[in-house]
Write a protein that binds this ligand. Sequence first.
Ligand SMILES: [Zn+2]
Length: 490
Amino acid sequence: MTLLVRGVRLLDGPDAPVDLAIEGDRIARIAPSGELSPGADAQVVELEGRWATPGYADHHVHFTMWAKHLSRLDVSAAREPEDAAEAIRVALASEHVVEHTAFVARGFQDALWSHEPTGALLDGAALAAGQDGRAIVVVSHDLHTVWLNEAAAQRFGAPRAGVLREDAAFAVEQAVDREAGEGEDELVGAALAAAAARGVTAITDLEMADNPSVWAGRIRRGLDAVRVTANVYPEHLALSVARRERTGTVVPDTEGLVTVGSLKLFADGALNSRTALCHEPYPGGGRGHAVYGEGELEAVMADAHAKGFSVALHAIGDLAVQRALDAFEASGARGTVEHAQLVAPGDLPRFAELGVGASVHPEHALDDRDVTDSLWADRKSRAFPYGALADAGAALQFGSDAPVAPLDPWFAISAAVHRTRDLREPWEPANAVSIEQALAASWGSPALVEGGPADIAVLDDDPRTADMPTLRGMYVALTVSAGRVTHRTY
Ligand SMILES: [Zn+2]
């Protein structure tokens, strides 16, 4: 025995507390409390009747972006572009040292603004703050849009200043990240500790990078607080294949903590950018953006399938979701639809029929409820349809899509169950799920069992009976990932 977790209650176990004996990264024994003796070398933690559950898995994060995000100016409260520019001016004016890196802010939702922001507005903010010519980049809340000034456009090779969307926006975001590469480990370490403090023991990383090798390097440098499923983008697929990787490959020299995940593909854009691909037009016209033409998606997925990769397929609008399911069906590929924010009724049962998972991000439903009421007013009863997906037998997996929402499984669980996070009425409550469904969609393993992984979160409250504020702010006393204590509060 290497670790003894003493005096915990299990959600599906007896009323009396039990002890969990951990051996390496496995649960060796579960026994009535007091029956097991730890031996001289074992670490012992006393939990005094708290609730133990499987560790929490965030099935969709952009981890490096999240780690950096924590240090960027948040302009999400801006009601118009001028408000965001003013917040940036104030932040620039308060910098003590003149930085030569770009100034990066985050969080705007231009779908809620009355007019398009301009590069000149940011130039004005820089000038007024005494930093004429400083490159400024503002990344949208959903990451699919950037707003930048002329200096930033030149610096990052963008076609022009102003607003850029989709691929042009992603290119700028990646260039900004490359510039800010120094000091990254420190930020990653802090973000890992914060995740462990919320009970997280596993993440699926969808950073636009060569994730298997990025994480192999991090594990070697001691950044090993969570298990990582490292997804792969088309740009890095050849590299992965050359390393003989496929979905499920355990990456060598990572203590078994890093596994190769799915190939990440995009079928469409996003709601706020009005690029999510829909059957019906948006109020201002247009049905969104299809990333692939007729037959192309199916071919790319068939190629992935032949190479041993499952597919994590971003599809937000209902037409994109339909095409995604069609492509899974035609190609034989396995995997998940990521987001599934709008689903046509006829497509709901196809998730279960095809064995395609629904990887969803419930906090987005609350972030986007006003945008949805405006852009999808005629179809909002079908938006963020977690209840309908669960009823149709779809396998739900919850995630945060951090940095779009904070990397916190309790936000996702609470949002999916309560469909509100404040004093507002629950939004489209018919699409809520039960707490049991929300927990199952968030756990890294189905239950704590002998022989199972020693990935454990110990909670102060029983999540099944906790009210909304308690659930959202769930107090995590202890986190064990792969048999190691990664967080404890006492
Ligand atoms: Zn994402």
